[in-house]
Design a protein around this ligand. Structure first.
Ligand code: SF4
Length: 273
């Protein structure tokens, strides 16, 4: 892993995400090495020659770029993070996310954090100072063997569930992001049943295999789940309504159980809540 300290020119960026007005990425690059990473397209904007997942730029001046006073972000949703995880292992040392959060408190945004790391627990003291804050833990599977295959450097699943419980106990609004849903492997119902006491709502996203992601998924399937290759090809490369059926099942289940939810399927359709 090549780690470089860099100076960023700006840190709060206008967002294209459906539920965020602004995003903050304290790092360029990510250490979690998820095989389905959607953020790898970022590489072409970074000037890096290394492969995605093999470099991290630490935006060392990021906290200084947050204004001390401004009404611009008041009541606006500021999301950490869209193309990295705000709690990668380097955050233990550099504390950029922690310092950024401290500086955001007086700006009164609606803070939204999503992570695969239980390091977020370190910042409970700061999170409690926001009047509007929610923290999401991504959980793609309850099977930690599978987790090690697909998200090798993120926190074990048990740690994420523990983090969810502790955040909930601390009075912080929480959600579970179930995504990407891996066909035939992600048991989203089991994840809900395991976490529903500590999660205020749920978000769901299907696996997207655009661009080079399919190569990465195919390589993993060949090694670990050879029996699924043809099934995945059928879902992704032939006309079918696999994801419509999954989406309908999720919506039905959540409605029956009175569970707040949003689905982000096919990257354009959004139903739920
Ligand atoms: S946590 Fe997000 S940004 Fe990091 S490797 Fe995984 S999918 Fe990519």
């Amino acid at each position: 892993m090549i780690i470089k300290k860099v100076k960023a020119s700006s840190i709060i960026t206008k967002s294209n995400l459906p539920d965020a007005d602004y995003v903050i990425n304290p790092y360029t690059g990510c250490m979690h090495s998820c095989i389905y990473c959607y953020a790898r397209f970022m590489k072409r904007f970074t000037g890096h020659k290394e492969r995605w997942g093999e470099f991290v730029d630490v935006k060392i001046n990021a906290p200084d770029l947050i204004p001390a006073k401004s009404t611009k972000y008041m009541g606006k949703t500021v999301f950490l993070s869209s193309v990295t995880d705000p709690y990668i292992a380097l955050e233990k040392k550099y504390k950029l996310t922690r310092q950024i959060l401290k500086k955001l408190i007086p700006l009164e945004p609606n803070l939204s954090i999503q992570t695969k790391s239980d390091l977020v627990l370190r910042d409970i003291d700061i999170l409690k100072q926001f009047s509007n804050c929610e923290v999401g833990l991504t959980i793609t599977t309850l099977d930690d063997n599978l987790r090690q295959q697909i998200e090798p450097k993120a926190s074990p699943i048990q740690n994420r569930i523990r983090a969810l419980k502790r955040l909930n106990k601390a009075g912080i609004k929480t959600y579970v992001f179930i995504g990407p849903i891996l066909p035939y492997l992600t048991d989203w119902k089991k994840i809900i049943l395991k976490t529903k006491l500590y999660s205020d709502h749920y978000m769901f996203e299907n696996l997207n295999v655009r661009g080079s992601i399919w190569n990465s998924i195919k390589k993993w399937l060949k090694k670990q789940h050879l029996e699924l290759i043809e099934k995945y090809k059928k879902i992704y490369f032939s006309k079918n309504n696999y994801w419509d059926k999954v989406e309908n099942k999720i919506t039905q289940f959540c409605r029956n159980q009175n569970i707040g939810h949003r689905t982000y399927f096919h990257h354009s359709k959004k139903i739920g809540l």
